[in-house]
Design a protein around this ligand. Structure first.
Ligand SMILES: [Zn+2]
Length: 115
């Protein structure tokens, strides 16, 4: 969930500026990199189950989707859409793994693999 506090934090982090075209001022919004679309949380539940044998709730996956690292300030429209990495699987997995590690859901093992 993106409450006002989170909204303001991300806006300040990105200096109230579209991270793609540099525009400031009105018309800015938070873009999800992995989209908060229908079925995204379910996709992540399956992903963590298959890749790491971790059983996450839909809520935990929604928290990953709304994590700061998955959000970026962008103009609405094409700038926002340009951040969508849902269809760039390698980038999406890297980001999801980064957030999963940060949240302590998964970790780097001694064998150099994430589990
Ligand atoms: Zn823009």
């Amino acid at each position: 969930m993106i409450d006002n506090e989170k909204y303001q934090r991300i806006m300040a982090r990105d200096n109230y500026t579209c991270m793609r075209c540099g525009k400031t001022g009105i018309g800015l919004e938070l873009a999800h990199r992995v989209k908060r679309g229908k079925g995204t949380a379910e996709t992540l539940v399956k992903y963590f189950r298959q890749a790491y044998q971790k059983e996450l709730s839909k809520k935990e996956c929604e928290d990953i989707i709304d994590d700061d690292d998955n959000l970026v300030v962008a103009c609405s429209g094409s700038c926002n859409s340009s951040y969508n990495i849902f269809f760039r699987p390698i980038e999406a997995v890297e980001l999801i793994e980064k957030i999963g590690i940060k949240k302590g859901i998964i970790s780097w093992g001694e064998n150099g693999k994430i589990s």
